[in-house]
Design a protein around this ligand. Sequence first.
Ligand SMILES: [Zn+2]
Ligand SMILES: [Zn+2]
Length: 283
Amino acid sequence: MNASVEKVIKSLPQNLLKRAAFAVKKVIFPTRCLACRSLFHAKARSSKDSYLHDSENVFERVITPFFCATCAFGFLPIVPPICPWCGIMFKSRQGEDHLCGECMASAKKFRIARSVGTYQKPLMDAIHCFKYKGKTQLAQPLGAMLFKSFISCWDVRSVDVIVPVPLHDRKLKMRGFNPSLLLVRHWKLFASELKINMPTIPVVRDVLQKARWTEPQTGLVRKKRIENVKNTFSINDSSKIAGKRILLVDDVYTTGATVNECAKVLLRGKALLVDVLRLARAM
Ligand SMILES: [Zn+2]
Ligand SMILES: [Zn+2]
């Protein structure tokens, strides 16, 4: 290389060079959409903090490098009015938050539950790619969305411990990772990127155990789901949660049977309270 050209390149900021290289790569080599497998040109993005700072279309922002425009379209965030207890979004966009019939009929063990978006395309596709197709590159962008929900719904000092909903050992071996655990792994990094003074919240992954193998909840009616998860979880070491305010993290909330059962066991282990946060909420 010409010495003067080399000197100019060396004088450029490293991130500018990286961005330029990324943009060139994207023009030459298209990306394969994780959802529909078609080839598309992903928009060059400066760095991951750009989607953390953006509050509009957060899903499209995070999914842009992985999904084509068609597959990324149509995300439905959870917006008021919602049930303040279980966090379900009401179909009508009118009125204030109010308890849903389900929470009035049966009290929940957790204090509050909140979700990022509704469990339908394209968030459903993203979760399927992440969970079932092992596309763990989605853990960070989906985790960023979860983190943004966390900081908008909770005071970052009001949680002592994060507990990801555990998998049975056999499921963990089959899948190779616990999705809920990967979703919270970069939170400290996100907090520093957003310059949020957040204390380190320990992620405790061995305190709650799924001791009994259960059939997948998918396709089961509500009553069966509750029966299916009954007495499946146990506490390993209650000293890690006694007197603590716990944030239980899961990927999808359908009937809430799993998180309710986890909350019951955690409270029995002397946790002070259990809140729930997950990516998607079934309508
Ligand atoms: Zn696509
Ligand atoms: Zn409710």
